[in-house]
Design a protein around this ligand. Structure first.
Ligand code: SF4
Length: 507
């Protein structure tokens, strides 16, 4: 598909999660944009986490029901398959988050198929653009084969990328092992690279109740809007404008735009609907976005954080896409499951990157170095301590050989780490990045807080999802079906045809 040359965005008022009202609004949006679903039509929500603990993290089922029914209304018989697919936050089974989000009854009501992306074959997409981080990436087969792709994100802030609108929703088109590759200080470049896999012909964002400040545990903010569009860069640029963020400061948007995925300039965009941009801006006045450095984030708590630059310091002095932001999400998760989390947490010092300053640890206070790139040398409790970098250049990481650790393997790993490390010695967590899950488990051990993964309120749903996922994976292994497929794969019509915009003649 070609990127829309004249992008359009429609802003509509929608005060409640009424599936029939959303259906009408979205159907009118599809009509106005002259779009009809066809071929393999795939809808991608944002369902990073769900259930009573994460009520504002995901695209609501009523919203998706409205979108799916509107697509059915607009079908003229050319739809071969209408499906919804997602890979939720890593280590969780997508089955668990779909159940927590109450997607299954909605899918049954609408008669729509679903994919848990981590249970589908992962196929290879070659990248050839000049600025690529790597030569190929993997994505679930239904994404590669999509003919009509519909992106249905949730309108939220993000601690690593400022916002998570349409483009950032692409993190969910990779399974865990592939998602973690390049999920570091070059995360925005990774998101821009993922744009070459697929492009949505239609975008509808759930901005009825938006999420401020964070990604997994956002503060709800009632906006009462459904925003629709036909060009992802322009769409995200408009959403940025609504909350007062300059889209050119969001690197994945700027990069994608520079590479030909559409303009971020509002003057090249047609805006319509029953809410003007100015009205939408007034509704979102003061919307909080998430870029807070880890040192600031933990000020006033029992944790003192220190962050030095990641590798390639000429690019950035802070790893926005990796370990520090994961620690912020980890503590927020623990606070949800244990009200006494902050009081239970002993005084500790957590260090990221190539930190060169003093670590002000008193005797008995634990020091934790997180991430392969952590380095430090200095005096700790009267002893000289030297922490060396374990960082491997990204060129040494081949997506085909990336490994997946499930949550139980992570639990064993963290417990073994504590059992084998002298409590008076600094603790080192290896990985690039060290995932939110591993940082949650580490804080659980350090603070003796409740473990969210063993929470009685989640245990049944989690176990059911986990066993279903592992059972399906085992059946596929027994039948000899490969999980990853190397080499060229079948692409649907939603694969983008893109070339960088031509620069004005220097003369
Ligand atoms: S180890 Fe962590 S902090 Fe260092 S580059 Fe990787 S993700 Fe960033």
């Amino acid at each position: 598909m070609k990127i829309a040359s004249r992008p359009r965005v429609i802003i509509r008022r929608c005060p409640t999660y009424d599936a029939e009202q959303i259906r009408r609004i979205v159907r009118e949006g599809l009509e106005e944009l002259d779009l009809r679903p066809h071929g393999r039509t795939l809808v991608k929500p944002n369902c990073v986490a769900s259930g009573p603990s994460f009520p504002h993290a995901y695209t609501r089922p009523e919203f998706l029901e409205g979108v799916l029914r509107a697509l059915q209304d607009r079908s003229d018989g050319r739809v071969r398959e209408l499906a919804l697919g997602e890979r939720c936050g890593i280590t969780l089974p997508t089955r668990t988050t779909f159940e927590g989000a109450e997607y299954y009854p909605m899918l049954k009501r609408t008669g729509v198929k679903h994919y848990h992306f981590e249970e589908e074959p992962q196929v290879e997409i070659r990248l050839t653009h000049k600025e690529r981080l790597r030569d190929y990436v993997f994505t679930p087969e239904p994404v590669a084969k999509a003919d009509f792709f519909v992106n249905c994100p949730k309108f939220k802030s993000h601690p690593w990328t400022t916002v998570t609108f349409s483009m950032k929703n692409y993190i969910g088109i990779q399974d865990d092992r592939h998602r973690l590759i390049d999920h570091d200080h070059r995360l925005d470049e990774k998101i821009a690279d993922l744009q070459y896999i697929v492009q949505p012909q239609f975008i509808a964002i759930d901005a009825i109740v938006a999420g401020e400040g964070r990604m997994l545990t956002p503060i709800p903010r009632k906006l009462g809007l459904v925003i629709m569009g036909n060009s992802q860069a322009a769409f995200d640029a408009l959403c940025c404008n609504i909350i007062g963020v300059d889209p050119y400061t969001v690197d994945h948007l700027r990069l994608a735009s520079e590479r030909g995925f559409g303009s971020l300039d509002l003057s090249s965009l047609d805006i319509s609907g029953d809410v003007t941009l100015e009205e939408a801006q007034a509704m979102a006045k003061g919307f909080k976005v998430g870029l807070v450095r880890v040192e600031k984030y933990f000020e006033g708590s029992h944790i003192t954080a220190y962050a030095g630059p990641p590798p390639e310091p000429e690019r950035t002095d802070y790893c926005w896409g990796g370990c520090p932001g994961a620690l912020e999400e980890a503590i927020e998760i623990l606070r949800l499951y244990d009200e006494q989390c902050d009081e239970k947490m002993p005084r500790m010092h957590i260090v990221f990157g190539a930190y060169e300053g003093k670590i002000d640890a008193k005797p008995g206070e634990r020091v934790v170095f997180i991430g392969d790139c952590a380095t430090w040398s200095g005096d700790l409790h009267g002893r000289l301590v030297r922490v060396e970098s374990l960082y491997k250049d990204r060129a040494e990481k081949d997506p085909y050989h990336a490994k997946h650790d499930d949550i139980f393997a992570k639990m064993v790993h963290v417990m073994r780490k504590f059992a084998t490390t002298d409590p008076t010695e600094p603790l080192r967590l290896e990985g690039c990045p060290v995932s939110v899950a591993e940082q949650v488990l580490t804080l659980v051990e350090l603070g003796k807080t409740k473990n969210p993964y063993l929470s009685p309120s989640e245990a049944v749903r989690f176990s059911k999802g986990y066993l279903g996922w592992q059972g399906k994976a085992l059946m596929k292994r027994i039948s000899g079906k490969p999980y990853q497929i190397h080499g060229p794969c079948e692409r649907g019509q939603a694969a983008p045809e893109v070339s960088p915009p031509t620069l004005p003649d220097a003369e």
